[in-house]
Design a binder for this molecule. Structure first.
Ligand code: SAH
Length: 381
């Protein structure tokens, strides 16, 4: 059997090592992996936890992903789009709460009206969220799906600077199995390239524990994160939703197994990608009530407290068991501060909290990441 300590002390992990680490089940071995991830986190990005207030802008969606509760084919769902005043109110609350950044997330819409609405919101938020303690105003992350390079450029120009677009899986067959034919992995990869070209800090991620997904596929996902211009990761367990095609698919892993695999993914991603931001996602909490705290304990450094008005968040159900639906923003804030301190970590208020990886990527654009030891890597300083 491979020696865990020998693998953990290697400066660069290869596919076999990653598969081995993802598959750990023994609690003592998992604890050694976790401690190593925390040590890499502290060395390369610091122990602070950054908040992004999450605004679920709309559940209107043109896509029809087989796993997702807000897919266009879910006819029973009441659709909503938040008004400008609802968004501005949530943004003002976010700035006053000291979160420093917000995320605008929605289903995918590619029409001109929506692109203009988002652009307008970005400009207003940037202009109106400046406070004495937040002189730079709120940082803005978008999570609005695949768009044209032109739209990405427009939103970047308006003042958004980070974008989350999960690849969901980098395995072509698995991707094709969970999406309708019109949605291709090729298009998704092109959109990620366009985000980098538009100057965004790029976030991606995968769902973990999808039926048919192997540890090798997940290891290759992590190597994809390493070898592409990716600054942020958000990932969590796949969770069934009763009203979508994957709702009754057989689940090879139990909920607990999916949760542990997701935590192992966070830890190993931290070991391989070191100076990126990793979000501890809400989906972790759909399985256990302290799921997001556990994510932080495995090397994540970002949390996204929900700021969406209750009536809307209720209709933004991507999967079954979405937590915190009954809690308002105020309660959500209390819980999240408790969460960081339970994980023994301080919250960095009034900061954007960009990943050091982005600054490094800007400096060394011509040099591909995988080409050699990284400055700031374990083998370096
Ligand atoms: N339309 C936007 C954002 C909304 S969906 C976009 O495409 O980026 C945000 C993420 O929720 C998806 O990328 C997916 O990874 C996750 N998600 C959707 N359905 C899920 C499910 N059933 N279980 C777990 N995660 C899910």
């Amino acid at each position: 059997m491979a020696d865990l300590e020998a693998i953990l002390s290697q400066p660069h992990l290869e596919e076999d090592d990653i598969v081995f680490l993802l598959g750990l089940r023994d609690p003592d071995q998992i604890e050694r992996l976790r401690l190593r991830a925390v040590s890499v986190l502290e060395t390369h990005v610091g122990a602070s936890v950054y908040y992004r207030g999450l605004i679920e802008l709309s559940n209107v969606c043109a896509c029809n992903c087989y796993y997702c509760g807000i897919r266009s084919g879910n006819a029973g769902l009441k659709r909503f789009t938040l008004s400008e005043s609802e968004v501005m109110e949530a943004a003002a609350w976010c700035a006053r709460a000291g979160y420093g950044s917000l995320v605008l997330q929605a289903g995918e819409r590619r029409d001109a009206r929506f692109a203009s609405y988002v652009e307008h919101l970005i400009r207003r938020i940037r202009a109106e969220s400046v406070l004495e303690e937040l002189p730079q105003g709120l940082g803005i992350t978008l999570s609005l799906g695949e768009q044209s390079l032109e739209t990405y450029r427009r939103w970047r120009e308006a003042g958004a600077h980070r974008y989350l677009l999960r690849v969901e899986t980098t395995d072509p067959d698995l991707f094709a199995g969970i999406h309708p034919p019109a949605q291709t992995l090729e298009r998704r990869l092109r959109a990620l390239e366009h985000l980098a070209a538009a100057g965004f800090q790029v976030g991606t991620g995968v769902m973990i524990g999808i039926p048919g997904q192997s540890l090798i596929m997940l290891a290759r996902d992590i190597l994809f994160f390493r070898d592409h211009p990716i600054d942020m990761i958000g990932m969590g367990p796949w969770l069934p939703h009763p009203d979508v095609p994957m709702g009754d698919w057989e689940q090879p892993l139990s909920q607990q197994e999916r949760l542990q695999l997701a935590l192992n993914m966070i830890a190993v991603t931290r070991l391989v990608c070191r100076d990126i931001n990793i979000a501890s996602t809400t989906a972790l909490e759909a399985i256990v009530s302290d799921g997001r705290e556990r994510g932080l304990l495995y090397g994540a450094n970002v949390a996204m407290p929900n700021l969406t008005p209750g009536y809307a968040s209720e209709r933004y159900r991507l999967y079954e068991g979405k937590p915190g639906l009954e809690a308002g923003a105020e309660q959500c804030r209390g819980r999240l501060f408790g969460l960081a301190s339970a994980a023994g970590r301080a919250v960095a208020l009034n900061q954007w909290g960009d990943a050091p990886h982005f600054a490094r990527r800007q400096k060394s654009k011509e040099r591909p990441r995988a080409a050699g030891p990284e400055p700031g890597g374990d083998s370096g300083s």
